[in-house]
Design a protein around this ligand. Structure first.
Ligand code: CA
Length: 227
């Protein structure tokens, strides 16, 4: 779980950073709105925590711009004033929830868990096509193309490729795939994933360059353009 915390008050930032790290979250900190927006646009976060009043660019503006690009990432706004107007403005800008300062850290953790859980349970949005190099997957049309040629996939292969593409550049473990593509939250001990990865490789990678599906021994898989 990777979180972006955009907070300009050093004491609050340090407190939240330490607390969240202790809970096992990977936390990136940005002390102003512009840096926060830049980070949010360059890294795929599991959740954003945005202070509303920030130098550079306000939390609301960061929220709006992030939302325009990524409808799915959970955003929790922190508001100092606790006025209804501020809450409404935050929600209008696309925040999923807000917390009024000062708040108990346990409350922040509870909201965070709820947001991330809600996102995991939400149906996958019929999103824009996913791309990596000359590979395109269109979730709405259920079409896959490599180098302009249509690739025929089974439903399971399609789901597997979609998951890998949505997480491109990141290592995806077998457990992740079992849970998200096969909807089993335990390791069945079978080699079903390796079998399907091989099917995908034959259809998507074998006759093409660059290779896009890579195995990391003992860790899982990653989709990226191999240099
Ligand atoms: Ca502030």
């Amino acid at each position: 779980m990777r979180i972006l915390l955009v907070e300009d008050e050093p004491a609050v930032a340090a407190f939240l950073h330490r607390g969240l790290s202790e809970q096992g979250y990977a936390v990136d900190l940005a002390a102003d709105g512009l840096l926060g927006l830049h980070r949010a646009q360059s890294v795929r976060y599991d959740c954003l925590i945005l202070d509303q009043l920030l130098p550079g660019l306000s939390g609301l503006e960061v929220c709006r711009q992030v939302r325009a690009l990524d409808a799915g990432v959970p955003i929790l706004m922190l508001t100092a004033l606790g006025e209804t107007d501020d809450k409404i403005r935050g929600l209008d800008a696309g925040a999923d929830d807000y917390l009024v300062k000062p708040f108990a850290f346990a409350e922040l953790l509870a909201r965070l868990r709820a947001l991330v859980r809600r996102r995991a349970e939400a149906p996958a949005p019929a999103a824009a096509p996913l791309r990596l190099a000359d590979l395109t997957l269109d979730p709405a049309a259920k079409r896959v193309e490599r180098a302009g040629q249509a690739v025929q996939l089974t439903a399971r292969e399609f789901a597997l490729l979609e998951y890998l593409l949505r997480h491109q550049g990141r290592v995806v473990s077998r457990a992740d795939l079992l849970e998200h593509v096969w909807e089993l939250s335990f390791d069945t001990g079978s080699n079903v994933i390796d079998v399907y990865i091989n099917f995908l490789r034959k259809k998507v990678d074998k006759d093409f360059d660059p290779k896009l599906i890579h195995t990391l021994v003992g860790m899982g898989y990653v989709m990226k353009i191999e240099n």
